[in-house]
Design a protein around this ligand. Structure first.
Ligand code: A2P
Length: 327
């Protein structure tokens, strides 16, 4: 039986983490729900019990938990994860704060496994998680040479504030979270801009793809776009393989890959759709076709629930992975 803490328990991802913990029947006998001072003291009904949310403080982080599921933004994570770690807790952190730190594992359980040099484990960027799941079997079978991503990302990826901008924008209100209206619009801008002209979100996809796949020299590029969709991210993946492949062979591989569902029947208008993906655990792929402008290159359309596989589910799967490693 584990002692578990969820940090950011009132957030969109935190709430999904609680849902997934229940669905996966993770054995725990102690659960602590941390929030900021703003939401502390709230009653939360969970599995027939009432929990009271607590403000996370340095003193409380200094207590040992078996697992801390953290989704409360980068600065909260930077401050509190090392304290939890020092106290002996394993932190599974959904923020980008530690993802590119060399001795910190960046894990998608279908793709790689933690070495646990540090007790902080990073949960990758949402769009990256769903993209590396189908890329991994292609890497194994054909080798990867180049990946170009274009994303179509849902507002729930920006938490409650993003969701509110879409809902309130539909009523004519000005945005509070995004620099422009997201309602009836498409924003080629996720996270801050870097000097290179790329956004941090794009750079995360580039760096994290290489780290998770263990391919530091892989050529990766990305354009990340926010679209007025509530939930589930879509990614257009353009991949160049090291060795020749066929559309049929790629389809067969996806049919046999755990965690991947192939929906690719264009004659009947069947392909992955964000609305059909929400609430599902798998990564959906379709529209697989050759890109005849480059050798050994293919287009893949890919959708996943950004709050589940892109965040909460992946975090709980990491917990399960460690649970199974320790059995
Ligand atoms: P709170 O409800 O007190 O603001 P989202 O990204 O979906 O908006 O969720 C962010 C989550 O992170 C919320 O649960 C929020 O709690 C929590 N949070 C924000 N800052 C802190 C902090 N300093 N300590 C603990 N939790 C925090």
């Amino acid at each position: 039986m584990y002692k578990i803490a969820v940090v950011g328990a009132t957030g969109l991802v935190g709430q999904k983490m609680l849902e997934v913990l229940e669905r996966k029947a993770i054995p725990f006998d102690s659960l602590t729900l941390f929030t900021s001072a703003r939401s502390a003291g709230k009653e939360v009904e969970y599995q027939g019990k009432t929990y009271i949310t607590e403000e996370l403080t340095e003193e409380k982080a200094n207590e040992k938990y078996d697992f801390v599921l953290m989704s409360a933004g980068g600065s909260t994570s930077l401050k509190f994860s090392p304290i939890f770690e020092e106290a002996g807790s394993v932190v599974i952190d959904n923020s980008s704060a530690f993802r590119m730190v060399e001795d910190i594992d960046l894990i998608v359980p279908e793709v790689n496994a933690p070495k646990l040099e540090r007790r902080i484990i990073a949960n990758p960027n949402c769009s990256t998680i769903q993209s590396v799941v189908p890329l991994k079997p292609l890497q194994e079978q054909f080798g990867l040479k180049r990946v170009a991503y274009t994303t179509y990302q849902a507002v729930s990826g920006s938490g409650v504030a993003g969701r509110n901008d879409l809902i309130n924008g539909a009523k004519g209100e000005a945005p509070k979270n995004y620099p422009h209206p997201i309602y009836n619009n498409v924003l080629p801008h996720i996270d801050d801009f870097l000097d290179t002209g790329y956004t941090k979100e794009e750079q995360k996809m580039i760096d994290e793809t290489k780290k998770i796949l263990g391919l530091p020299d892989l050529k990766v590029t990305a354009t990340c776009v926010r679209v007025p969709v509530q939930d589930s991210h879509s990614v257009a993946i353009n991949v160049t393989l090291e060795n020749p492949a066929t559309v049929e062979a790629i389809r067969e591989i996806f049919e046999q890959t755990e965690g991947v569902v192939l929906i690719d029947d264009v004659e009947n208008n069947q392909y992955p759709l964000a609305v059909n993906t929400t609430g599902k655990e798998e990564v959906f792929v379709g529209r697989i076709r050759e890109d005849d402008t480059l050798e050994n290159s293919f287009h893949i359309w890919c959708t996943a629930d950004n709050l589940l596989k892109g965040a909460a589910l992946n975090a709980v799967q990491i917990l399960e992975q460690i649970h199974n490693q320790n059995k």
